[in-house]
Design a protein around this ligand. Structure first.
Ligand SMILES: [Zn+2]
Length: 232
């Protein structure tokens, strides 16, 4: 199986479905990642002291490191403007993603839930582009949206996250064996330490709440009353 994850920022892949990406890569599947910006507008911790160019350079290196840890086989970093994806013409964003899909030829695509997990407009824009692209695509590909449940967001009280409902979940992927890998990949994003310190502390709590990663299959539309799946 070929899996292609598409996100706005360096670190979305690790904070997001990092366990699932690592699990599929470890099992020998081809896993790719497209990150549409270089994260130059980040404003967390040390980022505040760096110029946009310096930050983009560092975050590019960090992303390469995280991708290596997760076992991802293919990485493409776009050069769209961080924090301004909503201002990019839809046709530009969609074409960029389409080119990557034409090149990588994935069976399944992954991005964030429509609410964007943290409500970040860049996340929401990428999801909107993918939904639009899939709707008009003649190729049979699946699209899965990664989301977090309320019980998971409660473990990260200092961060406002927008949960999806259990009723939306179609896939509950067990990632217990890949949690350490996910945490290592998160930590590769050194400039984002302020964010990940909030995420991983206390580590015991995260090791319980992050044992599963949840997805909503939006394409092809799943049948009603289907049991939760543990694989795509
Ligand atoms: Zn992000």
């Amino acid at each position: 199986m070929k899996l292609l994850a598409i996100f706005a920022h360096p670190d979305d892949e690790s904070f997001g479905p990092g366990g699932t990406l690592a699990r599929y890569a470890y099992a020998g599947h081809k896993v790719g990642l497209v990150t549409l910006t270089r994260g130059e507008a980040g404003s967390v911790g040390i980022s505040k002291t760096l110029t946009a160019n310096e930050l983009a350079g560092r975050r590019t290196c960090e992303l390469h490191h995280a991708v290596k840890i997760l076992g991802i086989n293919y990485l493409k970093i776009g050069d769209l403007p961080d924090k301004k994806l909503a201002e990019v013409p839809d046709v530009t964003g969609i074409q960029l993603i389409q080119n990557e899909i034409d090149f990588f030829k994935p069976d399944a695509l992954i991005t964030f839930h429509e609410q964007g997990i943290s409500g970040h407009p860049d996340h929401q824009t990428v999801t909107r582009w993918l939904l639009e692209l899939i709707k008009n695509s003649r190729e049979p590909r699946s699209l899965f949206l990664y989301g977090v449940l309320l019980e998971q967001t409660e473990q990260i009280p200092r961060r406002r996250l927008l949960p999806m409902t259990m009723a939306e979940v179609t896939h509950k992927i067990s990632v217990s064996d890949f949690l350490d890998t996910k945490i290592e990949a998160i930590k590769a994003h050194v400039t984002q330490e302020e964010s990940w310190q909030r995420f991983i502390q206390p580590i015991e709590k995260i090791k319980i709440s992050a044992r599963w990663e949840y997805f909503k299959q939006v394409w092809p539309r799943p049948g009603k009353n289907k049991d939760l799946q543990d694989s795509f």
